[in-house]
Design a protein around this ligand. Structure first.
Ligand code: ADP
Length: 476
């Protein structure tokens, strides 16, 4: 059994879970510990003890540590990527790409650890200096989802450590493999005892215990809207800092003047890559009336060429759905699309591919979708794209914004005036011009508005807001 890691030691638990390969349901990836409330108590205790000396460790030592971890992630990106693909089901190219991304984020924050700035202000009173510093928050609770099993943990843990915090980390139950590997690499690179503690287990037990624990000062969460909202509420009641990245239902507008080939490629990538299991997926594609038919035809043609299969097969472009629960959600929405009056193309479920049982779902397009339909408003998190018709740019913007989410939004156009208007009027945290809605840089702030995000932005220079507190000093 792969154990939890608390106070610098691997720790047994009474319960464990099997992690299964979604490309081959007969293959067990490993047996992983399932902790409980007592493990959280011990982890928080260890993190509290470790935090002060970690915060006092020189910024050079913290930077060097993160840099070493980044190097190891990069060197092992092939093997970690392979494990990621087996555990989560994204293709090997995507699995390796995500691991490289995690390494880059580590290295970015290795640099940021050396760039913690303060501000000096003259006082309004003579003979006094005013200085504003950044201080660590304390113990950070990190709760992560299954769709990016190494990048999301890293983009929370790296800034937490860079700015002098300690961490209690609970990965998603479905994908413990990369979380375990990451923590083992931290250990191997010289992580001081208690600075990062891994408590694998259920959200309702381990996650909830972390939220409720008074020794955790801040919680960084990525996951569903329902859970995120509850977490934000509980944290507010306890006066904790909280940051929630939640769902998306991202619009991608295609105007009649767009480069059609580029638009089709961008839409295919945004809608279906990573099996559509990205919060930035392009799940509502709003196409101008005059090109709706030609766009749809090319889009469906490209969709039908995407090979669905074992995440590790080199010809696979779309890996399996993560598990049976998500598969049922996807299939239910496909059935709903028909009921709501869409023409449904694709979406066949294959129980088996090349003699391997897996959650194989062919990508699906919902033609003739309308903005009020549930399939155009609710996040599905599967390889499902709704194609909506819009009469012009104004109509496109209006429909794109007419949704409770606001994570990412995109447009394909060659009209500079419309591109600029879109950038300005789009009600989303991230806007893309002639780019898919998914696929972001590791050094730029990430996050949304409306129901998509709550709290300070993640990543890049923005991460310091969440992972530090400000102190204002008056020196007379
Ligand atoms: P999904 O439906 O995609 O699994 P969730 O929001 O349920 O998304 O899960 C995201 C993360 O939040 C996972 O690590 C999960 O274990 C955790 N989680 C779920 N419920 C709770 C809870 N009540 N308190 C804290 N964490 C939770």
């Amino acid at each position: 059994m792969k154990q939890n890691f608390i106070a610098g030691k691997w720790v047994d638990t009474a319960h464990s879970v099997k992690s299964i390969n979604p490309s081959n349901l007969e293959e067990t990836i490993g047996i992983y510990a399932q902790g409980g409330k007592e493990d959280v108590d011990q982890a928080v205790n260890a993190a509290q003890k470790a935090q002060k000396s970690w915060a006092e460790t020189s910024i050079q030592a913290r930077s060097d540590f993160l840099d070493r971890v980044g190097n190891v992630l990069m060197e092992r990106s092939e093997s970690i990527g392979r494990m990621l693909s087996r555990d989560e089901g994204k293709t090997l190219v995507e699995g390796i790409g995500e691991t490289v991304r995690a390494a880059q984020i580590m290295k970015y924050f290795a640099g940021e650890a050396l760039r913690i700035k303060g501000v000096h202000l003259p006082s309004v009173r003579p003979g006094i200096d005013v200085e504003i510093h950044r201080e660590p928050v304390g113990v950070i609770g990190v709760i992560t989802p299954w769709n990016f099993p190494i990048a999301i943990p890293v983009w929370k843990i790296a800034p937490a450590l860079a700015y002098g915090n300690s961490v209690v980390f609970k990965p998603a139950e479905l994908v413990p493999a990369c979380a375990w590997i990451l923590v083992d690499i931290l250990r191997e690179c010289g992580l001081p005892e208690g600075v990062v503690n891994l408590v694998m287990g259920k959200g309702s037990e381990v996650g909830q215990a972390m939220i409720d624990h008074e020794g955790i000062q801040a919680v960084s969460f990525t996951g569903s809207v329902v859970t995120g909202r509850e977490i934000a509420k509980s944290c507010a009641a306890l006066g904790k800092k909280v940051q929630c990245e939640m769902g998306g239902k991202n619009p991608l507008i295609v105007l009649k003047d767009a480069d059609l080939k580029a638009a089709v490629n961008g839409a295919i990538n945004g809608a279906f890559f990573s099996t559509g299991q990205r919060c930035t997926a392009s799940s509502r594609i709003l196409v101008e009336d005059q090109i709706y038919d030609s766009f749809s035809e090319q889009f469906i043609q490209s969709m039908n060429q995407l090979t669905v299969g074992d995440a590790l097969d080199s010809e696979t472009k779309i890996g399996p759905v993560i598990d049976d629960r998500q598969l049922k959600i996807d299939l239910d929405y496909i059935a709903l699309a028909k009921q709501e009056g869409c023409e449904v193309i694709g979406g066949a479920y294959m129980e088996e591919k090349n003699h391997k049982k897996g959650y194989y779902l062919h990508p699906v397009t919902f033609l003739k979708a309308k903005n009020q339909m549930r399939i155009a408003q609710e996040e599905i998190f599967g390889p499902c794209a709704a194609l909506l018709k819009v009469s012009d740019f104004e109509d496109a913007i209006e429909q794109a914004n007419d949704i409770k989410f606001g994570l990412s939004a995109g447009i394909y156009t060659n009209d500079l005036t419309k591109a600029r208007a879109f950038k300005k009027r789009s009600r989303a945290g991230m806007v893309m011009v002639n780019q898919p809605t998914a696929g972001v840089d590791p050094h730029a702030p990430f996050g949304g508005i409306k129901s998509s995000s709550y709290g300070a932005r993640e990543q890049g220079f923005a991460a310091i807001e969440f992972y530090t507190n400000m102190k204002t000093a008056y020196i007379g």
